[in-house]
Write a protein that binds this ligand. Structure first.
Ligand code: HEC
Length: 98
């Protein structure tokens, strides 16, 4: 019984490690998932020029984009996942131009 319980906890522990790793990779734009950047670039082009001209990613730094995307996510009525993709794209695209 205790052995079975221990195995259950071990399984849960391993599962949360596996589930947590892609999440932490998303936070870190140095190791940004290329698929996320591709989704972000597409969503950015499709959504962020609906109401005004596209602002170049290099116009704002990471902190400014963070504030702006939270603001624009509400204006554009985007799901969080899409806003996260756009944020990752903007952070990755302005980095080298500063
Ligand atoms: C529904 C219309 C709409 C959409 C879609 C939209 N914007 Fe905006 N945006 C605005 C308006 C209106 C302003 C002027 C500021 C305000 O009144 O909110 C603005 C201002 C901005 C600014 C100026 C700084 C700021 O935060 O106010 C930036 C940068 C910006 N938008 C980026 C984006 C990005 C990136 C997206 C895509 C995620 C986006 N916008 C999508 C309406 C929109």
């Amino acid at each position: 019984m205790t052995k079975k319980l221990a195995r259950t906890f071990l399984t849960i522990g391993l599962m949360s490690l596996i589930l947590a790793s892609p999440l932490s990779a998303q936070q870190d734009t140095e190791n940004a998932d290329p698929m996320q950047l591709a989704r972000g670039a597409k969503a950015w082009a499709e959504n962020c020029a609906r109401c005004h001209n596209l602002r170049s990613p290099s116009d704002l730094d990471d902190e400014e984009w963070h504030v702006s995307v939270i603001h624009m996510r509400i204006r554009a009525n985007l799901p969080k996942a899409t806003a996260d993709d756009i944020m990752a794209f903007l952070h990755a695209s302005n980095r080298d131009q500063k």
